[in-house]
Design a protein around this ligand. Sequence first.
Ligand SMILES: [Mn+2]
Length: 254
Amino acid sequence: MTSPLFQKYAVASKHAWIVGDIHGQYELLLQVLKQKGFDPGSGDRLFSVGDLIDRGPDSLKTLQLLNEPWFYAVMGNHEQLLLKGLAAMQGEGSVADILNWQSFNGGDWYQPKSDTALQVAALLEKVRTLPIAIELETESGRVGIVHAAVPDNIWLDINLLSHADSQKYILWNRDNGLKARSFEQGELPSNDGNLHRVEGIDKLVVGHTIMNCGHPVLLGNTLYLDVGAANGVAPAVISASDLLALNRQGRQVS
Ligand SMILES: [Mn+2]
């Protein structure tokens, strides 16, 4: 059960690392990877929840991570904004698609007919074919990765993935992310694993909704990994082995 939209990888949990939203923070990402001892030469691989680009200083460099053999990503809503914006610049779409990316969502690093534009064009097929979901199968359990959320808290009906409505939900929905934020702020009484559990997967990792507390938040079996790279915070990185060992009581995830 695999498709271009849903990619599965069998990988040792200690070699699978997951990174939250990067948003152009290339240097900060490299620092974190160094700190964590991430080493592609030893077989380490990095899986991204999407939103590689926009808002931070080095969006082209973070998009070019797609060229690295050790780097994998699901599509984020910012990659979708880029695709729609670029299509509109070619006459397939509306001015609103361009403004929505470039004026309202940090896509102003891209200038048509520039050297950057040429380099983005060289990556476009890779962006267009990013999966919506990735599943890691490790010796310690299975990890699901999508950008924002999974419909009905169920992992994951592959038939949903080709529907535009489901894709929109998976890339944009903030309901659970806002719950995680409320939980961290003490506004949600229970972190009962059953209440907030996503069925059909051991751990789910998402980004998209910034955890204002500045560290990842675990609610149920979902780890919310966007710590605010859009605002200049270093992207959060965790190994699958650490992730799978987290219990639902864990508040602070370093
Ligand atoms: Mn996002």
